[in-house]
Design a protein around this ligand. Structure first.
Ligand SMILES: C[S@@+](CC[C@H](N)C(=O)[O-])C[C@H]1O[C@@H](n2cnc3c(N)ncnc32)[C@H](O)[C@@H]1O
Ligand SMILES: [Zn+2]
Length: 273
């Protein structure tokens, strides 16, 4: 039985060779890479929603260089601490599955038997994700309409993706854990100093979301040296600044061969009440 539910009638889905099917006869083909498309046309607000091919490629290349490994390690160790023997995980807005695969591997290495699902609205992202972690299920779906049953998830991860609180509350079991990863105030500060004449720090908030209780906020602070123009440009391309930087700033950045930059994250860990 799949972790996913039919997006048309909410019945359980069975994964068979090449397709997911519900009892009512709705059927969804599995793509060559192994993910399934569960986004109904009325939830698709553009022809190709979510991150495009170039953004996905930039993030895949950047993450594969290991610069964000300390964040992954922190998420993994905190997740092992709150997970049971056979947790059901959901990575909502999972992108190319860097964290989905990382946490699955870490939990298996800690002797657990995770069942994992990743959802994202970008099929380009899932092409990579599904190849990266064969043991997990991946679906093209919106975080605002998750194709999962009420109370079916033990641990939900959201890394830099849309915060769909109502759906997260619905799919999490009472007592389940919600990991919400956001940038810290000075994340990529030195890059912003090059891009903008007057850079602003990110807002840092501690928000007691309804239906959740804080367990902890874990800071992850590093200084990394990006060792090539390609690494710098890939990082730039995966940030929101890529779309809103004046030309002069982008040109200053393009001239750099290396860049030493602070990375700063906050891992907000909640318990679902
Ligand atoms: C900044 S990326 C983060 C990806 C991944 N979690 C990571 O940290 O590497 C944001 C992701 O959210 C996805 N996304 C945007 N809107 C979405 C939505 N409504 N539902 C699900 N995913 C969405 C994008 O396609 C993209 O892959
Ligand atoms: Zn159905």
């Amino acid at each position: 039985m799949s972790l996913f539910r039919c997006p048309l009638c909410a019945a359980p889905l069975e994964r068979e060779a090449g397709a997911y099917r519900c009892k009512a006869g709705h059927s969804f083909d599995v793509a060559r890479e192994g993910y399934v498309h569960l986004l109904p046309p009325n939830q698709k607000h553009s022809a190709l929603p979510g991150d495009d091919r170039d953004m996905v490629l930039a993030r895949r290349k950047f993450l594969s260089r290991g610069y964000y490994q300390p964040l992954l390690n922190t998420v993994c160790s905190r997740m092992s601490a709150v997970s049971g023997e056979a947790p059901v995980l959901l990575d909502a807005g999972c992108g190319e599955g860097y964290y989905t695969a990382g946490v699955c591997q870490a939990l298996r290495a800690a002797g657990r038997r995770p069942r994992a699902a990743g959802t994202d609205i970008s099929k380009f992202a899932l092409r990579t994700a599904a190849r990266r972690e064969r043991a997990a299920e991946f679906a093209v779906a919106s975080s605002y309409h998750l194709p999962l049953a009420d109370g079916s998830v033990d641990v939900l991860l959201n890394c830099f993706s849309p915060l769909a609180l109502e759906e997260f509350r619905r799919v999490l079991k009472p007592g389940g854990a919600f990991f919400y990863v956001v940038p810290g105030a000075e994340h990529l500060w030195e890059m912003k100093e090059i891009l903008y004449d007057k850079p602003y720090p990110n807002d840092e908030k501690e928000t007691p979301y309804e239906g959740f209780a804080y367990r902890e906020i874990v800071p992850v602070e590093e200084t990394v040296t990006l060792e090539s123009r390609a690494d710098i440009q890939n990082l730039f391309h995966m940030t929101p600044y890529f779309w809103k930087t004046p030309r002069a700033g982008a040109e200053r950045l393009a001239a750099l061969e290396t860049l030493t930059v602070r990375t700063s994250f906050r891992v907000h860990v909640f318990k679902k009440l």
